[in-house]
Design a protein around this ligand. Structure first.
Ligand code: SAJ
Length: 443
């Protein structure tokens, strides 16, 4: 099938579409294309996820407005079905690959899921089909990993027997469908014509700019946009540490800096977690690793952000010592375990490292998080007898915390605030209050 024929089938929605990987990226995109009228086959390795989707039940945790209804409608209409069997791909015209692309402990990309998907797809790849990688990948991966694997295991040639592109996802847990529909997409094609055909496909579900580029540009844009955010956060964190040391208040400094035209200082905090910001900078850095070039700013920013939970431990120790207490025997309440406010997602959570360090130092740790089953429960109960409370995540619920009640149940009223959630209320309620980025003399 020629690209022109494929584009005609895309335009009239008769092109058969498959999504490999039904996670928080693949599931909404499969549902959206089904809603747009395409017949969609989801390929998923986890049987329970396949069964959940075929039963019309979303396998995605957390609150995702509209997803459950969309999925059950897509399944009931027969437009969406899930399977573990790659043989079903033989008749697919467009295949999206939405599998995880983590980095290992040495910050090297671990492409095992992507490689498996490509190796399983290649033998059943239909001549004339279009393969699109939505996963975030290091710049150069399309030409060095994806294309060779598909050609080698299918015997087909790209731009001749099949077509290939990279359209990085830009979703965010908690607003998967909104982002999918309203955030612009970079469309990387192995040929300009392929990019145009890809844009014709995404036009069915995206009401925002679709920017056709080559694959290396698409890979760079995705990894750079998240690295940019990581570096910006690291700068804010570094300024917070300077403010603590020289007697400043980073929150006031940031507010005034951002009044200066063209400034947009990010928020300092107790750490940087999640499924992409901690990882994508390493994917970008990896792209030049084999040329012996180690990007300085990227790795330094990662180091600063990874050190913030450790800085929180230091702040807790200082506050305890100011009350004549030792960290080693302290009973501590951690407020927030998710990586992001009002979310139940714990991937790469800064609280995980904080708790690990504190426990290793001999502390007794109690964790509260209203979004996580293991840590739900009555906050004041959990606070009974604690020597300090550590605010790690600015869950909305904590804004209405009754500080007088909290103080009455704690053994020592110490509150260390890693997100500047509280202003001067804790001090007014009789707490020894420490806030990240604010020198302790002024709290
Ligand atoms: N954080 C800070 N200071 C900030 C912003 C974030 O400390 O100024 C921390 C958060 O507490 C969290 C981590 O960084 O621990 C990540 O926060 P995030 O707001 O970047 O949320 P993510 O990880 O879900 O980022 C995703 C990204 N989207 C994609 O990769 C498609 C990111 O590019 C988006 O900017 C972000 O969602 C968003 O805000 O939409």
């Amino acid at each position: 099938m020629s690209l022109a024929e494929l584009q005609r089938k895309i335009d009239n929605q008769t092109a058969r579409l498959a999504v490999i990987g039904l996670g928080y990226v693949g599931t909404p995109v499969a549902c959206e294309f089904a809603r747009a009228g395409f017949s969609v086959t989801g390929i998923e390795s986890q049987a329970e996820r396949v069964n959940s989707i075929n039963a019309g039940i979303s396998p995605i945790d957390g609150m995702e407005p509209g997803l459950q209804a969309l999925l059950s409608e897509a399944v009931q209409s027969g437009k969406l079905k899930a399977t573990q069997d790659y043989a079903d791909l033989r008749c697919q015209d467009v295949i999206l690959i939405c599998v995880e692309t983590p980095v290992d402990d040495n910050n090297i990309p671990r492409y095992i899921a992507l490689q498996n998907a490509l190796i399983d797809l290649a033998p059943v790849l239909k001549p004339g089909a279009l393969v699109i990688i939505e996963s975030t990948i290091a710049p150069g991966t399309m030409s060095r990993v994806v294309r060779p694997l598909l050609e080698q295991h299918s015997g087909l040639k790209v731009n001749q027997d099949f077509y290939l592109g990279n359209c990085p996802e830009r979703v965010m847990p908690g607003k998967l469908l909104t982002n999918l529909r309203t955030v612009s997409r970079v469309i990387g094609g192995m040929s300009p014509e392929t990019a145009e055909t890809m844009a014709a496909l995404y036009r069915h579900i995206v009401q925002a700019d679709l920017d056709p580029v080559d694959c290396i540009t698409a890979e760079l844009v995705k990894t750079v946009e998240n690295t940019y955010r990581d570096v910006q956060i690291a700068f804010a964190n570094e300024v917070a540490l300077i403010c603590e040391a020289v007697g400043g208040d980073v929150w006031r400094v940031r507010e005034l800096v951002n009044k200066s035209p063209g400034r947009q200082m990010h928020l300092p905090g107790a750490g940087v977690g999640g499924h992409c910001i901690p990882k994508d900078p390493w994917l970008l850095a990896y792209s030049v690793r084999d040329q012996g070039h180690i990007p300085q700013v990227i790795s330094a920013a990662r180091e600063v952000n990874n050190s913030m939970p450790i800085h929180m431990v230091d702040m807790v120790e200082e506050a305890l010592q100011a009350q004549g207490l030792e960290l080693r025997h302290a009973r501590l309440l951690v407020l927030g375990y998710a990586y992001l406010e009002d979310s139940d997602d714990v991937r790469n959570s800064p609280s995980e490292l904080l708790v690990k360090i504190l426990r290793a130092k001999g502390c007794m740790i109690v964790v509260h998080d209203p979004f996580i089953a293991e840590y739900k429960g009555d906050l004041l109960n959990k606070a009974q007898g604690c020597d300090a409370a550590i605010l790690m995540v600015k869950h909305q619920q904590y804004l209405s915390l009754d500080l007088a009640a909290l103080r009455s149940v704690m053994s020592t009223p110490i509150l260390v605030d890693g997100r500047a959630l509280f202003a001067n209320q804790p001090a007014a309620a009789g707490f020894t209050y420490r806030c990240l980025g604010v020198t302790s003399d002024s709290t």
